[in-house]
Design a protein around this ligand. Structure first.
Ligand SMILES: *Cc1c(COP(=O)(O)O)cnc(C)c1O
Length: 432
């Protein structure tokens, strides 16, 4: 098993060169890691066909969308804008499925209808959404998918569980009778049945979801030909964490879908929607050490990129590996994955005026010192595992910090700027 998040001297040189060329803070994405994860998902065992959709909200940079769709993945979009954005990146609408909380009115409905005619698939996530699109779908012979709220979910934190009673994603099982009656009256058929139980779901829950969803289909959806198990494949960012075993999950899904065929005579195609799993460990935030401080109890290192680069520690208490690299990239001074014992411990803080602006927080928001070799001002502080839900999710204009640039570390080992740093003028351009 490859340790994708192991940080090598090779990587150290690349991030140091990126820092020198484009300034800090910035994001670097390792293309080889993305391609490896794409291959793993495309090669997942299946019974009667597999479509892998990359959940583009994880990271929607057009260059990454191009790499990922060229590797054979389709897309899951979370908003009309995401779908349009993917199309601008060159992805045809018939490779995009829209699963959203948005409810459209006016010109947005016309836009949705236009994209449906271009082949985009739509996954109804509420009765209101279903009703809004039903006449158009029926008139144009378009199948609408349905996202089921299964009543059980799993995520790495409560805020990332999308399937339990405290989240509102999808049409709840208790509403199915109403939905069925409505669909029948309209002459609609549900072929695509979808569940997404949460992000970083534990493997047991993922398997349970496979069983549950197949039984929901067996009992309620006689016309279904496709089952989507959603995303949530767990990625391991820190030492000691375990990533989802994709081949094993695939084998389990295959077996259960074959059993389903044996019981019902129906062959279901399968879909999955990984976001995190595809890009998370490809990403490194490259920041520079600005300052060192000490209180009675605690050492702090202050970097030039914090919550506005990676808000996940503040939002979820997520833990990310931290690497310290000499400013010229010639030395990895400290790595989460080395076996050295360090007696220096520090909280890694950012430069925002916000006490939660730390990369080392626990689930309750307390700053937790991390063991490392003691760095010096000017060293590069690299935060790993930031390829998903960092660039796309961070509150980057807080304290008027500009959105950071994104750089691709290509398979050939070259650095390619794929998004420029935002300027102060751009930050202000819509103010009147
Ligand atoms: C966010 C999302 C995903 C991806 O979740 P990950 O945890 O990043 O794999 C998949 N499907 C839907 C509908 C989503 O909203």
């Amino acid at each position: 098993m490859t340790r994708l998040n192991d940080f090598s001297l090779f990587n150290a040189k690349a991030v140091a060169m990126a820092a020198e060329r484009y300034g800090t803070p910035l994001y670097v994405y390792d293309e080889a890691v993305i391609l490896e994860r794409c291959r793993e998902c495309v090669d997942m065992p299946h019974a009667f066909g597999l479509t892998v959709r990359y959940a583009m909200k994880a990271n929607s940079n057009r260059t990454l969308l191009k790499i990922i769709t060229d590797a054979g993945l389709n897309l899951d979009a979370s908003s009309l804008n995401e779908a349009i954005r993917a199309n601008i990146a060159g992805v045809p609408y018939d490779r995009i499925m829209l699963t959203t909380q948005e409810v459209y009115s006016g010109s947005e409905i016309r836009k949705l209808e236009e994209l449906l005619l271009k082949g985009m698939q739509y996954n109804a996530c509420s009765i209101r959404q279903l009703k809004l699109v039903s006449d158009f779908a029926a008139a144009n012979d378009i199948d609408v998918g349905i996202r089921i709220h299964p009543g059980v979910g799993s995520g790495e934190s409560a805020t990332r569980n999308t399937g339990d009673d405290y989240s509102c994603f999808g049409i709840h099982l208790s509403d199915l009778a109403e939905v069925q009656a409505f669909a029948e009256a309209k002459g609609m058929k549900f072929r695509h049945i979808h569940v997404h139980i949460g992000s970083g779901a534990d493997t047991k829950m993922w398997r349970k979801n496979i069983d549950l969803e197949l039984s929901i289909i067996e009992q309620n959806f006689p016309d279904a030909d496709t089952v989507s198990f959603g995303g949530g494949l767990k990625e391991a960012r820190m030492p000691g964490e375990y990533a989802a075993d994709v081949p094993l999950l695939g084998s389990y899904a295959k077996m259960q879908i074959e059993e389903f065929r044996n019981r019902t005579g129906r062959k279901l195609k399968m879909e999955i929607e990984p976001g995190t799993y595809i890009t998370a460990n490809s990403g490194y935030a490259v920041t520079r050490l600005l300052d060192k401080k000490r209180t009675f109890r605690t050492d702090f290192i202050v970097t030039d990129g914090g919550m506005e680069i990676n808000v996940r520690p503040l939002l979820y208490g997520s833990r990310h590996p931290i690497y310290i690299v000499s400013s010229d990239g010639s030395r990895v001074i400290s790595s989460e994955f080395d076996t050295n014992k360090h007696d220096f411990e520090a909280v890694v803080a950012g430069k925002c005026c916000e006490s939660g602006d730390c990369q080392t927080l626990d689930m309750d928001g307390h700053a937790v010192p991390r063991a490392m070799a003691e760095p010096e001002v000017g060293d590069l502080i690299i935060i790993g595992g930031v390829g998903a839900y960092c660039s796309s999710m961070s509150p980057y204009n807080y304290n008027s910090h500009p959105q950071a640039p994104e750089v691709l570390f290509t398979e050939k080992g070259e650095l390619e700027l794929i998004r420029r740093r935002q300027t102060l003028e751009q930050m202000l351009e819509n103010e009147l």
